[in-house]
Design a protein around this ligand. Sequence first.
Ligand SMILES: Cc1cc2nc3c(=O)[nH]c(=O)nc-3n(C[C@H](O)[C@H](O)[C@H](O)COP(=O)(O)OP(=O)(O)OC[C@H]3O[C@@H](n4cnc5c(N)ncnc54)[C@H](O)[C@@H]3O)c2cc1C
Length: 508
Amino acid sequence: MKFDFIVIGAGSAGCAVAAGLAKARIGSVCVLEAGPTDAVPQVKIPFGLLHTMGSKRDWNFKSTSQSNANNRVFNVNRGYMVGGSSSINSMVWFRGRADDFDNWQQPGWRWNDVERDFIEIEKLIQPQQIPTPHPLSVAFAKSFLANSDAPPTPDRESAGLFDTNSRNGRRWSAADAFLRPAMRSHGLQIITGANVNRISFEEGRARHVELVDGRTLSARCGIVLSAGSIGSPSILMRSGIGPAAQLSELGISIKVDSPQVGQNLSDHPVIGVHHEGRNSGYGLVWNQSLQWALSPFQWLTQRNGRLTSNFVEAGAFFRVNPITDDDDRPECQVHFIPYMMGFKGKSITTGSGYFADVGVCRPVSRGSLTLSSSDPRVAPNIDLGVLKEEQDVQILIGGFRRLRELLDKAPMGDSRAPEVYPGAAVSSDDEITEHIRARSGTAYHPVGTLAMGEQGTPVTNTLQLRDVDGLWVADASVMPSITSANTNAPSMMIGHRAAKLILREVKY
Ligand SMILES: Cc1cc2nc3c(=O)[nH]c(=O)nc-3n(C[C@H](O)[C@H](O)[C@H](O)COP(=O)(O)OP(=O)(O)OC[C@H]3O[C@@H](n4cnc5c(N)ncnc54)[C@H](O)[C@@H]3O)c2cc1C
């Protein structure tokens, strides 16, 4: 099987880059996706994410034990299907701050360069609020300004209902926005169940893609790696591009010694607070059985109701440290979920209530990803580096306190419910720190494992792999540092922009 371009991974960025290449009509483009299709109701129905997380459409990775979080192992969920993590995520839509991109300090990636790409992808995504937000989310959205209908923004302290990549009450993933239109109009092809083992080379040029099942595909013009922050560095290392000493130990022959491959892993750490009470948020309780029973009909006939909820319906941004002359950026993001989340083991539980978490917008802790085996069926070691730096812990402590204040202040009326976990007894800095180490998670936003940058970084600012021809990376792994809010829109932007960069450079 021979194509002009092969894109590895049909996720947020992969769908965008593949569509951009196909649209240029310069040859055949094929996307290889390890997982199955996304053609199941639980992916299309926003509330279905409760079912897809942890299912066979999730890679279900685990982190290494995190020494600054009581040696806990964290779930590292990633979409394993067409659409990638945009088919499993909460659909919250944020570009990030302009200075997130400026601070990457990469020519071609400053805000002035990427703003146009965001505008172009948003024409296809049309971010919008969900049709029927829960009244509790509407109440939380008024935490800062009672009369504002605007979504919150990482540009300033604010609260609001989130914009989402949903349309007409259903998920609108990267596959909906980019992949399928390009399949219909521009002959883009996709092969599902195509789990890539490694890339192989001919005369210094990336030429072939070897699948785990033994098939090999070839690319005449180029190969684009869009397997995400976990998948892309893993494939590269299996292909012999990475830290030479580590790869040699695993018996992998070295193509390029690139010590930074897999380093610089960053994610947003979060800590939550649970509220439970009768007549509060969504939950598994008898007095909501009629609404639950009617909800599928509502979704099918009117595309509204509780099944259109993306869970994370509202949120906020705020500071915890005093504003200084050169820094007034919000340091924390809140996700508000008007749904009872369990806190005694299982996240789905009986009872009604609500949950909110607060995360660090720009964490300074860094982790890393290494291979544990040359066998592609063995998961890599994912060290999230959670809370490695004290600065992140301090911001979370301040953020946790301010989150409680916001929840107290929000005009929730009779639906207000008491905090049940961790509860009022956890109030001193030491107690909150203990809670953070015992219960924090991440927002499922790993980025940065193939950061673009100057000499020494794995990828150039035109997204080319250093010291190899015909190989590009286009996904969240190329971010030099994490953006201040959720990472799906920036990942799509990277894919969309990558197609333009590749078309500028490739010989065909
Ligand atoms: C549970 C969850 C909730 C989230 N919520 C939000 C949110 O509300 N808002 C937001 O902005 N962000 C959210 N995110 C993060 C966001 O979805 C990601 O940052 C974004 O999708 C990353 O895009 P990507 O293209 O880098 O990777 P992905 O979208 O993960 O795509 C990678 C693709 O490559 C495929 N792949 C991997 N390895 C191989 C291989 N060996 N062979 C072939 N194919 C392979 C994968 O199956 C996948 O389809 C969430 C993520 C998760 C998991």
